[in-house]
Design a protein around this ligand. Structure first.
Ligand code: F6R
Length: 615
């Protein structure tokens, strides 16, 4: 994880780097630091805490003059979050300074070697080892910085996006990437470096995304020199035009990114099917799918790999794919799949779901599936992300930047894409009747307005949050299509409020969790219209007779559950197959309000980071 930023050009580097770090803080926020070249020396300031703490420290301790600098916001891997372990890190001579996102796995053996050669280490980090290795190579081989970086990186095992400069060569920054993202913004004789394009979006629309195992020497007044780290071969720069705009990465009047993103769902779901779903004409057109439809239709199985919330979207897909397209589906945690020696054949289609498109485990699962000959399809949000490029084909979700660490709009747009794929396949395979197909297309088209209606119930959800904010445990129950929604509701609550919550299939309650129920226990039950409605009602009765407190998500107009439940959260009617797109909304709002009332950092919950680029 971690966010990295760099600048070299004519402007003051400090405000660019500081603002960039604020935009990248979602990637890690336990410490931050900056290293500016002031014309003769490197000025360095770093601290445990947030970018705001860094800003305060810089204002007291560090001159901010200079047109070259690098900055870092950290999610600790090696060494606890403290001032010393924060990045940037100097080499022993004080000439080189580095920032790093990733992990150097063989740093212990390299460190030992360097200690034998007289190097001293001040931090517990793998990054300080890397910068000293680069220095050692530079000195011993008598090479320039770029070459030294290349030789050093050929000795390390692990993942990295790095930026390093030498105070004796202050017209140049060297960057490299393997496994962690790195974008270079190209201005008019100025360059920006960042983990994603958000830090430089107001300065340039042109960016190069480095590929894995590539490095670049960025020098003022010169073309960017991109090379393969392994064999030094030259790579022609591919400059992309960015689709991002400033408004998308700001809070737009909301108190938190998470709330903004929850409220964006009607419009981003619409964006996700814009030009792809033509409900009146009965057409679904997904660019990435059209050429590969036979792969899906003839597949023995679909295997979905993902982590966290994206894995929950995969679970919803299992229901819709099997129901409509009659293709067997397995949903795997990417982290388990990649280490399990799974049986995969060329007749399997693997779908990788990832908002960030950078999750290390999902990426490794993609690589494994490709090695074994499967066709791999990506569903990512971040355009140009590593997973979107590593897959054979795919569909973007078009949710726009998701900055709140807790995933919200990514989840509903992933389900939207998966629903379109399932309907398309069912239509091609003839496993859905024409009337059902048309009905679901029209219903899907109505989802944005139904999500808006669900959001309109916010005030009543605030009242429920007030009542339960001090609970220490929650259970979330759902059946069928809404079982994954129960898992997602519990995940949302625990990650941003730190209240323990478990999601279960409602019928599993009797096999254990029922023992937890007492008068204090809030149980959120998703009890909308469905084939299992009566069974869910029976589950609610069982909870009631044990005096649990029932908060039920119900369909507007429901009378039976309304009578039984202590509190209700209403959503508009949708067919059961599409219901996760609306039932998930009150659960997101409930988590948000409880976390807010508990004064949690909603957008940056403790210990988490947005893009999990380490395994
Ligand atoms: C939870 C959350 C995480 C992510 C998971 C996968 O709110 O955000 O569980 O869903 O880390 O991330 P992506 O989708 O970027 O691969």
């Amino acid at each position: 994880m971690c966010g990295i930023v760099g600048y070299i050009g004519k402007r003051d580097a400090y405000p660019i780097i500081l603002n960039g770090l604020k935009r990248l803080e979602y990637r890690g926020y336990d410490s931050a630091g900056i290293a500016l070249y002031d014309g003769s020396e490197i000025q360095l300031c770093k601290t445990k805490g947030k970018v705001a703490d860094l800003e305060a420290k810089v204002s007291k301790e560090m001159p901010t003059k200079g047109n070259l600098g690098i900055g870092h916001t950290r999610w600790a891997t090696h060494g606890i979050p403290n001032d010393v372990n924060s990045h940037p890190h100097f080499s022993n001579s004080g000439n080189l300074v580095i920032i790093h996102n990733g992990i150097i796995e063989n740093y212990t053996s390299i460190k030992k070697e360097l200690i034998n050669r007289g190097y001293i280490f001040y931090s517990d980090t793998d990054t300080e080892v890397l910068v000293n290795l680069i220095e050692d190579v530079k000195k011993n081989e008598n090479v320039k910085l770029g070459k030294a970086v290349q030789i050093a990186l050929n000795q390390v095992v692990g993942a990295y996006a790095i930026a390093v400069y030498d105070k004796n060569k202050p017209d140049e920054i060297v960057v490299a990437k393997l496994g962690s993202p790195l974008a270079i913004g190209i201005g008019d004789d100025e360059f920006f470096i960042a983990s994603d394009a958000s830090p430089f979006i107001e300065f340039t629309n042109n960016a190069i995304y480095l590929e894995d195992e590539e490095m670049a020497i960025i020098r003022l007044g010169r073309e960017i020199n991109i090379r393969k780290i392994k064999d030094d071969s030259l790579v022609a720069p591919y400059i992309q035009e960015l689709q991002l705009n400033l408004e998308q990465i700001e809070k737009g009047g909301y108190d938190h990114f998470m709330l903004k993103e929850i409220y964006e769902q009607p419009s981003v779901i619409q964006d996700t099917f814009r030009g792809r779903l033509l409900a009146d004409k009965g057409i679904i057109r997904l660019g990435g799918l059209e050429d590969y439809i036979e792969k899906f239709v003839n597949a023995d199985r679909i295997i979905i790999v993902a982590c966290g919330t994206s894995w929950h979207a995969g679970l919803v897909a299992e229901y819709i794919f099997e129901d409509w397209a009659r293709i067997p589906v397995e949903v795997e945690y990417a982290s388990e799949f990649r280490y399990r020696n799974p049986v995969i054949t060329e007749k399997d289609v693997v779908i990788a779901i990832s908002q960030s498109g950078e999750t290390a485990d999902t990426l490794a699962a993609v690589k494994l599936a490709k090695e074994k000959g499967a066709f791999v399809y990506g569903i990512c949000n971040v355009v140009g992300s590593t997973i979107s490029r590593a897959t054979h084909s795919g569909t973007y979700t078009h949710a726009g930047p998701e900055i709140g660490v807790a995933s919200t709009k990514a989840f509903t747009t992933q389900i939207t894409v998966l629903t379109m794929i399932a309907l398309k396949l069912a239509k091609v395979k003839g496993t859905i009747s024409q009337s059902d197909y048309m009905l679901h297309l029209r219903e899907l088209d109505l989802i944005p307005s139904k999500v808006s209606t669900a959001l309109d119930k916010n005030d009543s959800i605030i009242e429920i949050a007030k009542i339960f904010k001090d609970a220490t445990n929650f259970l979330y129950l759902g059946r069928g299509y809404n079982f994954p929604v129960a898992l997602e509701g519990a995940l949302k609550l625990k990650e941003i409020s730190y209240i323990h919550a478990e999601g279960y299939p409602a019928a599993e309650m009797k096999h254990g969790p029922i023992a937890l129920i007492d008068e204090q226990m809030p149980i959120v039950v998703i009890a909308v219209n469905s084939n299992h409605y009566d069974k869910v009602v029976s589950n609610i009765q069982e909870i009631k007779s044990r005096k649990g407190k029932i908060i039920a998500v119900v369909t507007e107009g429901d009378t039976i559950v309304r009578e039984l439940a202590d509190y209700i959260m209403e959503v508009p009617y949708t067919p059961e197959t599409l219901s996760p797109l609306v039932t998930t909304i009150p659960l997101q709002l409930l988590s948000y309000h409880i976390a807010l009332m508990l004064k949690r950092n909603v957008d940056q919950p403790r210990n988490l980071a947005k893009a999990v680029t380490v395994e």
